[in-house]
Design a protein around this ligand. Sequence first.
Ligand code: TXA
Ligand code: MG
Length: 311
Amino acid sequence: MIDRIQKAAMILRQGGLVAFPTETVYGLGADASNPEALRKIFIAKQRPMDHPLIVHVGKLAQLENWVSSISETAYLLAHTFWPGPLTLIFNKHSQVNDLITGGQTTIGIRIPNHPIALSLLQEFGGGIAAPSANRFGRISPTSSEAVWEELNGAIDFILEGGVCDVGVESTILDVSGEQCVLLRPGMITKDQIENLIQKPILLKQKEIPRVSGSFESHYAPQTPTILVKELDHYLNQEHDFPIGIVSFQDVASEEFIAVKMSHDPKQYAHELYRVLRELDKQNLKKIIIETVPENAAWDAIRDRIAKASSR
Ligand code: TXA
Ligand code: MG
């Protein structure tokens, strides 16, 4: 009898789509060396074809199949943070399919830190291209149930792996040029990276449209969502009810469906997408999110709640 990891690897080899857990969010995986399989990702997600995909590999030694050069800094980052929630952008190997890179000269790679993802990568042997397993523009799934809600019918198999530990997508750092550029904040912070490499990293320019997560309408609930700094003041105004509230406070009132969040950014990130997804199902007039602290530990969360509320 074959186990589910073998079954998933077999589906990938046959050009099918497999959703699998990572420590950040669930990915929608396809054989990164099979153009037909890659095309299915874009169809299942309804994602524009020019948005590049991250290639997941199981071992550092596989990097050379996908990239053309690796700087000392990139090695240091990979050795330190992989397996883990960091995607590195390299200059691509000449053989890499345009469907992965969106026609760009660079490629995003990471080794995810989740036992099921690592077993799948080992069993499959090659690279697995995987965006988050949600429809384009929606909230990334952090449980297999959420993948089911998003992509039911559009994929061949979901590998169950419980609730994702980190809860928001990986940090994306471009290491293809002279200076490292942070393209998407994640739970591996700018400070952690700068402390390691002992030089400053640049922040993404607003105009660079290379990361689909950098389009402002991304990661958004369907329910109108707004970010509020002074929650008490806001709640005292006139409203159309019911309203969902995501804050650090105990809001006791029948008119509000309030979720009290943790002051610990790790715990907050772990819960954020599940909370937004739950509130989004409740036919609320709007969702209010209280702003979070300004320091680096909250960068990824500030980024995602800004995007959730930008429609
Ligand atoms: O945590 C994660 O990164 C998850 C899990 C499944 O690994 N994946 C994920 O994939 O969030 P996706 O496609 O939803 O977001 C990856 C982002 C995309 O916005 C894409 O534009 C960007 O990575 N990306 C991929 N390759 C790139 C490249 N060569 N240059 C710039 N951005 C790139
Ligand atoms: Mg995504």
